[in-house]
Structure formats: structure tokens, C-alpha cells
Design a protein around this ligand. Structure first.
Ligand SMILES: C[S@@+](CC[C@H](N)C(=O)[O-])C[C@H]1O[C@@H](n2cnc3c(N)ncnc32)[C@H](O)[C@@H]1O
Length: 233
């Protein structure tokens, strides 16, 4: 069973410009799971979180760039009280995450979208709607001329802040030291956000964190990941 054009138009974002890869191989088994689940838990372009049939008063926590979905599974397992909004532009990542969440019987706790985080936050999330946001190992874009493609930018930080409730958190990780400093400095300079480790600081690695694919990749290459925790005043 292949995904129809109509289904792709609704649930797979093809036309929005992004700086990362969107398409890649998806098995027929993965497509079948997406066909089963995305009409129930997928966010289409014209929906907002208010249309997503969320239980009233449940904390809403977003993971941006969830990759293969392992960290999303961990969050769903460790925080059954949270509704998780997973945002990932790479279709094979969405396909893997849907499979993993389904296998773990946790998928109904999640809403999943393949739309870019910038679009989702601007158009689909209300001000003050989120209790927290995780961004693990965002793309580093190491060349100086590509730094403008990094997801954490001054205006993105302001957008993130506006979508958080007072007291809401942003937690980030990176195995690339210059990117970690870049994210820390931008967020440190965003009025209304407080660095839990103090300006210029990093927090210790949360002990219950699973290693994501990109943390493992960094470890194998001899890099130590750094972790950031900011709270909205
Ligand atoms: C380096 S990978 C990290 C994946 C995973 N978080 C990990 O730690 O293993 C960065 C991920 O962010 C996704 N991504 C990049 N830009 C994005 C955007 N604008 N919105 C949502 N996801 C994005 C990429 O497709 C990729 O899966």
C-alpha cells in the first residue's frame, strides 16, 4: 500500500523550503503504519494544536527534530501525563518514530508533524501553549556561511519563548562545542529566558536520558555532549 498523493499532500510536507533533507526511503510496512496513525495523530498544515483533540489541562511538551523517535518514546514512557508534539522534517524519521511509538503502545499520547518547526510554532501553536521544548543535537551547519541555517537564531528564540507558558522550559543538547556555545549565547541574550546553570553555563547530563543517535555518534567520535536548560521567567 503506497501513500496516495492526497495523503502526502495532507501529512507529508513536500513544498515548504527547509535547510535539511525531507525525503528518503520508507518501507511499505512503515507506510502502512503512517496510513493507520497519521489521520488520528498527525497535524496537517491547516490544523492548530487546538484542533488536535488534546485532553484539557494536560501539559504539552514538544520535541523538535526528533530523528528516529527514540527520545520521544523515552519522554512518553517517563511522562505519561504529558502530551508530546513531535516535529521532524525528515519523512523516514517520521516513519520510524510512528513505528516505535506504535510498538511501545504510546502513540496516542503524541501528535506528529513533518512540517518545519518554524511553521509549526508560528502557525499551529498559540502563545503560552507549551510547557516545554526539547531540541537534541540540532543540525550543526559547521561552515560559517551556513550558520544562518542553524535552527537556533535570535528570532527563533523569541518565537520559542512566546509559545512557552511562564515557567516553561527549553532543554537542548549538542555534541558540537561551537554549536552548543552558539545556542547558549543566543538564549542567554534572549530577555525573558533564564539559564538554569547561570549565564554562560551548562547543566549536567540528566541521568535518566537515553543517548540519542547523534549523541552516540558524537561519543564514538570522541566528543562530549553539552546540555542546556532555560526557563521562561
Ligand atoms: C542531527 S539530527 C538529530 C536527531 C535527534 N534529535 C538525535 O539527537 O539523534 C537533527 C534533526 O533535526 C531535523 N530538523 C532539521 N531542521 C528542522 C526543522 N526546521 N524542523 C524540524 N526538524 C528539523 C532533521 O531532519 C534531523 O532529523
Amino acid at each position: 500500500m503506497r501513500l496516495s498523493r492526497e495523503f502526502r499532500d495532507q501529512f507529508c510536507q513536500q513544498e515548504m523550503r527547509t535547510h535539511g533533507r525531507k525525503n528518503g526511503f520508507v518501507t511499505t510496512g512503515q507506510e502502512a503504519r503512517m496510513l493507520k496513525w497519521l489521520p488520528k495523530i498527525g497535524l496537517t498544515k491547516d490544523m492548530t494544536l487546538a484542533d488536535a483533540n488534546l485532553p484539557a489541562n494536560a501539559p504539552i511538551v514538544m520535541e523538535i527534530g526528533f530523528g528516529n523517535g527514540d527520545f520521544l518514546v523515552h519522554l512518553a514512557q517517563t511522562h505519561p501525563e504529558w502530551i508530546l508534539v513531535g516535529v521532524e522534517i525528515y519523512l523516514p524519521g517520521v516513519a520510524k518514530a510512528v513505528g516505535r511509538l506504535d510498538d511501545a503502545n504510546l502513540i496516542e499520547q503524541c501528535r506528529i508533524t513533518q512540517l518545519p518547526a518554524q511553521f509549526v510554532l508560528t502557525n499551529q501553536v498559540q502563545e503560552g501553549q507549551l510547557d516545554g521544548v526539547f531540541i537534541n543535537h540540532p543540525d550543526p551547519w559547521p561552515k560559517a556561511r551556513h550558520h544562518k541555517r542553524r535552527i537556533i537564531q535570535k528570532d527563533f528564540a523569541v518565537l520559542l519563548l512566546s509559545r512557552l507558558k511562564p515557567g516553561g522550559f527549553i532543554k537542548l543538547a549538542s555534541d558540537k562545542a561551537d554549536l552548543a556555545d552558539w545556542m547558549r549565547d543566543i538564549l542567554d541574550q534572549t530577555p525573558g529566558l533564564t539559564n538554569v546553570a547561570g549565564v554562560g553555563g551548562y547543566i549536567d547530563r540528566d541521568t535518566d536520558r537515553p543517548e540519542t543517535k547523534f549523541e552516540q555518534r558524537g561519543n564514538k567520535a570522541g566528543r562530549t555532549s553539552q546540555f542546556l536548560h532555560f526557563v521562561k521567567d
